[in-house]
Design a protein around this ligand. Sequence first.
Ligand code: H2U
Ligand code: ZN
Length: 349
Amino acid sequence: MPGIDYGETPHRRYNPLTREWVLVSPHRTKRPWQGQVERTTEERRPRYDPRCYLCPGNSRAGGDATNPQYTGTYVFTNDFAALLEDVPSGEVNDGGLLQARSERGICRVVCFSPDHSLGIPDLSVAELRAVVDVWAQEYAELGGKPHINYVQIFQNNGAVMGASNPHPHGQIWSNETVPQIPTVETASMAAYLAEHGSCMLCDYTALELERRERLVCENDHFAVVVPFWAVWPFETLVLAKRHVGSLLDLDSAERTGLGEIIKRLTTRYDNLFETSFPYSMGLHQQPTDGHAHEEWHFHIHYYPPLLRSATVRKFMVGYEMLGNPQRDVTAEGAAQRLAALSEVRFGER
Ligand code: H2U
Ligand code: ZN
């Protein structure tokens, strides 16, 4: 069979990490748009907000706790944690249809900066490096506990993605059971290693660095691509150039490189629609279940919902809830748009 004209022909693409498919309908980008396209005005925030439960010195919503006068990053156990350390262990199994298991875990909140007014692109490379350091420290500490087999570090950025507060912060949920998505990724990477004798994401990074059609930006240590199989319009994948399983395998230059690439990527995102760009992002690191996980290749997923402006977002509805995800703009088209943007944030130009 001949190849596919990705920019013209409806086709399906395979995600080798999650083993899912996405329907790509490039011909639909020509369809008329009659919805609203608004510009949002940037809300200016104070550097300290007396009502913010994450600002230094303020008391939290959870009750008794008060934040210290922290000057860098600050981590605390989530006052409304989804997972708890102390739960009675129990199991329901009626032979198939009804299965349940108690689950133990620890949830933390990470404040990236004491300054309430800052977004991620406003943080300096040194400040972002400090965030990487605190992530590494938490991964080591939580993952080192015998009953914690997986540590998920993530950030909801912007109210539309569920961030409850504009103060720069992220979350960590860690628990006994490796969750679904990293479980599938582990199986995929292990099967690839067994079959090819090489790492899936090392090979994928090399492919993208050679072709460059989906490359957004890179530095010595990381590459950012809109993955071939992206579902969200401007989804990106941050790939470590070296085969590392977690932040703990990064040397000092690589940790700084990670902070730098996060700053550059989020600046590009903000410049795309000249707005503080919403997203959920998360680090995928090897499970902390005591196995070596040679197949694991550290990466970060960015899932932003915006489609065509600061106010027009993609919804995963209809066919996508019932069949499989679908996109119109190709990954290559999205990558070219992101690659063409400035790395100086629009407000500062
Ligand atoms: P999000 O913005 O991603 O929701 O993260 C904020 C977290 O902070 C959220 O999980 C917690 C919420 O439970 N939180 C506290 O732990 N203490 C508080 O005083 C308020 C919010
Ligand atoms: Zn604050």
